[in-house]
Design a protein around this ligand. Sequence first.
Ligand code: SF4
Length: 177
Amino acid sequence: MQKKIEDFLKNQGYTYAVIEPENIIYREEFAAKCRMNYCGRYQKSWSCPPAIGDIEAIKKRANDFPTAILFQKVFPLEDIYDVEGMDAGRKIIMTDTLTLQDDLKKGNAPFFMLAAGSCSLCKECTYPDRPCRFPERMLISMEALGIDVAELARRYQLKYYNGPATVTYFAIVFFGE
Ligand code: SF4
C-alpha cells in the first residue's frame, strides 16, 4: 500500500513524509478552537464535531496503525487576503485526498485518512436534518482532532510555512502494510 500511496502523491506533485503515528501531538487547545467554531463548521457538518462523535476513539483508530504518510501541497496566492485562492487550493487537496481514498478502497488492506478541513462533497451538508449522503467517502479533518500539524511537519522536515503569498495544506493517510 505504501508504494501505491507514494506513487499517487508523486504523480500529483505532493511533498510528503512517512511518519510514525505515535509522534502525532494532539493538542486540546487546538481541538477547543474547533469547538469554538473558528472555521465556522462546528455543528454544521457530519464530518465535524460534534457529529463525528468520540474524538478519543477516532484518535485511537488512527494511532492503531503503525505507519502514516503526511502529505502537503503549497498553493500560490495573489496576496494574504486571497480567500478565493485559499478555497481553490483546499478544493484541490480535498479532491486528491478523496481520489486517493477511492483508489485505496479498491484493495482490501485497512487504512484511514484525515483531510484538510471540513467535508465539501455536497454543496450543502445535510447536517443535522438528514443522514450524510456519502458516509463512506466523507473525511474528518485533521483540525477536528486537534493535531499540531506545524509541529508534525517540523519533526519530519516538511515546511509548514512557505511564504506570505502562499497557503500550504496537509492531509494524512494511516495504513498497515
Ligand atoms: S458528504 Fe455531504 S452530507 Fe456528508 S458530511 Fe459531506 S457535505 Fe455533509
